[in-house]
Design a protein around this ligand. Structure first.
Ligand code: ADE
Ligand code: ZN
Ligand code: ZN
Length: 268
């Protein structure tokens, strides 16, 4: 490679890094959303698949629209609190007045947009946006740090080192863990989906959106924060990765399944 193309490549990499960092700040990174949408797509009924195609038109697949809610966030700031529910880390239940003021939180947003999908009277444009919000928020719900807060904005203000990289704990769970496990969303989704059995699938479909939020919050307690190295160490290391990796894989599997379950039920 000559010097110029190597310089261009470096500039390209710098751009890509900037884009990646910018997208990380917005929500569960691109890959997590694509993995969840890809798993869900594989579990839609023929009827729901048809309805999805009709609602999205030329916008394409669930995976293609899975990060739309992050892309519109700068121009629609009122949607920002819908991406998370800040349940205090040491709490064991949701307190709506505390965690979901004015219905502006993840749980309430999912419930509202699923109702729009179910309602035959919703206009095509409203339904289109509702579908894109549901696809995105069901994935966000399964990112434990979108359901828990330890006075650090869901880990955004807890600083760590992850395999030599300085990061905040939130971005480790949004992006870095997933990219380290498998940087290709399609292959990671296939692998997670192949490991799903009929019996764990029907078990994941039990419960309400609020139950799923509390389960995700428990993963924040036990793993995201609970498995942090003791003392002053902020270097997460391989020990943390060995515990957090399988935990995030399970969250992604559950998210994909539950998203399909909600859509199959709402889009009959
Ligand atoms: N901002 C405040 N709390 C947050 C959370 N738990 N996740 C993402 N962004 C947030
Ligand atoms: Zn989000
Ligand atoms: Zn996030």
């Amino acid at each position: 490679m000559n010097k110029k193309s190597s310089r261009l490549r470096r500039a390209g990499t710098a751009c890509a890094v900037t884009l990646l960092v910018a997208s990380n700040a917005l929500g569960w990174g691109q890959e997590g959303h694509r993995v969840v949408a890809t798993i869900a797509e594989r579990h839609l009924t023929a009827r729901a698949r048809d309805r999805v195609r009709q609602i999205l038109g030329s916008e394409g697949s669930l995976a293609a629209v899975s990060t739309w809610a992050d892309e519109i966030r700068p121009s629609r700031p009122e949607t920002a609190p819908w991406h998370y529910i800040d349940i205090p880390l040491d709490a064991s239940a949701i307190d709506s007045a505390r965690d979901c003021p004015n219905g502006d939180c993840l749980t309430a947003a999912i419930t509202r947009f699923v109702a729009v999908l179910r309602d035959n009277a919703s206009s095509p444009e409203v339904k289109n946006q509702a579908l894109k919000f549901v696809v995105h928020f069901v994935a966000d719900l399964h990112q434990p740090l979108h359901c828990a807060d330890n006075h650090d904005r869901g880990g955004n203000e807890t600083y760590v080192t992850f395999f030599g990289e300085t990061a905040n704990l939130h971005s480790v769970w949004d992006t870095l863990l997933i990219e380290r496990i498998d940087p290709n969303p399609d292959s990671y989704a296939k692998r997670l989906d192949a490991a799903l059995t009929d019996s764990n699938m029907s078990a994941y479909e039990e419960g309400t959106v609020a139950d799923w939020v509390l389960e995700s919050h428990a993963v924040a307690q036990k793993v995201a924060y609970g498995a942090l190295p003791p003392g002053e160490t902020s270097d997460l290391g391989i020990g943390y990765f060995r515990i957090a990796g399988p935990a995030i894989g399970l969250q992604l599997q559950k998210a994909g399944n539950r998203l399909a379950f909600l859509l199959n039920e709402a889009l009959q």
